[in-house]
Design a protein around this ligand. Structure first.
Ligand code: SF4
Length: 341
């Protein structure tokens, strides 16, 4: 049976073989407003609702588990119709803004050394409905969300068509009407994807998981660096910010004694020079099976000071949700294991 969450109003109209266009708009709006089955759609006659329920379902996924960390982080484990599982996390910042960190693939083919998802391999891309449903499941659980970031399991640039579709649904003025300014895509550094996003939109924010600007170290940590080397990555980031006028976020998951030296800071500063970019530093989160350690606060602050002395501002993002495996680097710990970028 079809799930309607991944369809735009015009697609709902044909999928349900409706007679009136406004009926498709009503159903689209109901889904955005929290209806999870047709019985909630009280401005449609009972008879028609029953007919619709025989033709389609609204969602294809269900929440299988909800985990809450005392720091306010919430993690949902979501079961897909084919037995696959993904995770979605609520992150709340100090101002109380709520961000949904959503997954775009089951597993991930990028193989980053510090990421559990990278170690379990790739299963498949999520479709637009499965992406949209993560956002709505989280709103059903915690109330209205302010932002969405594609930073969960998977490499978003490898699933751009479905992400574009999900964004069209979430930003649609007759649906959830989320502002594009509130959407961020985080990539491990796929140059062609960054250029594609710059050229073809949507006009959203971009974050790049840099982690290290030392080519040898970055290749060890992130194999994507072999085929998307730092000079090409830098040019793609410059192209993106020139074309969109947007500042790009460079992310670094800091691992004790791996990428936190003064030399590492100088290399990152050299990389960022001339770019319209800002650094986000976050302590790598412990994953038992991986050979890395979390730096202490002092090591992180010393590294941030190195960057500052080199003229760069960095935001320190403190770990959240660690206890429930919902922090960066831990997503999927209890089902498919984590992502970091
Ligand atoms: Fe994939 Fe991101 Fe994990 Fe790298 S960090 S393996 S791109 S999910």
């Amino acid at each position: 049976m079809k799930a309607l969450s991944g369809l735009l109003p015009e697609e709902l109209f044909s999928a349900l073989q409706l007679e009136k266009k406004f009926r498709a708009k009503q159903i689209f709006k109901w889904i955005a407003d929290g209806a999870r089955d047709f019985s909630a759609m009280t401005n449609i006659s009972l008879k028609e609702r029953e007919e619709l329920a025989g033709k389609a379902v609204l969602f294809s996924t269900v929440i299988s588990q909800t985990l809450r960390d005392p720091d306010g982080t919430v993690k949902l484990q979501i079961a897909c119709a084919d037995g696959g599982a993904v995770e979605t996390v609520l992150l709340t910042d100090r101002q109380g803004r709520k961000t949904a960190c959503v997954s775009c693939q089951i597993g991930c083919p990028m193989g980053c050394a510090f990421c559990q998802t990278g170690h379990i391999g790739f299963s498949r891309n999520l479709d637009a409905g499965e992406i949209v449903e993560q956002f709505f499941h989280l709103e059903d659980t915690v109330g209205k969300l302010d932002n969405i970031v594609f930073m969960g399991m998977g490499e978003p640039m490898l699933n751009l068509p479905e992400i574009r579709k999900a964004i069209r649904i979430l930003t649609h003025p007759e649906g959830r009407a989320l502002s594009k300014r509130r959407i961020t895509l985080s990539t491990s550094g796929l140059v062609s994807g960054i250029r594609d996003l710059a050229d073809n939109g949507p006009d959203i924010r971009l974050a790049v998981s840099l982690t290290s600007a030392n080519s040898r170290l970055r290749t060890q940590l992130m194999p994507v660096n072999k085929t998307n080397p730092l000079p090409e990555l830098k040019e793609a980031i410059r192209y993106f910010s020139d074309k969109t006028g947007r500042r790009v976020t460079l992310e670094a998951a800091l691992m004790r004694g791996v990428n936190t030296s003064e030399e590492n800071a100088r290399e990152m500063a050299d990389f960022a020079r001339g770019l319209n970019a800002h650094f986000n530093l976050i302590a790598w989160n412990p994953v038992e099976t991986l050979p890395f350690q979390t730096p202490d606060k002092n090591e992180i602050h010393v590294f941030a000071d190195y960057l500052e002395k080199l003229g760069l501002n960095a935001t320190l993002r403190y770990k959240r949700g660690e206890k429930i495996g919902g922090a960066c680097g831990q997503l999927g710990k209890s089902s498919m294991q984590s992502s970091v970028h």
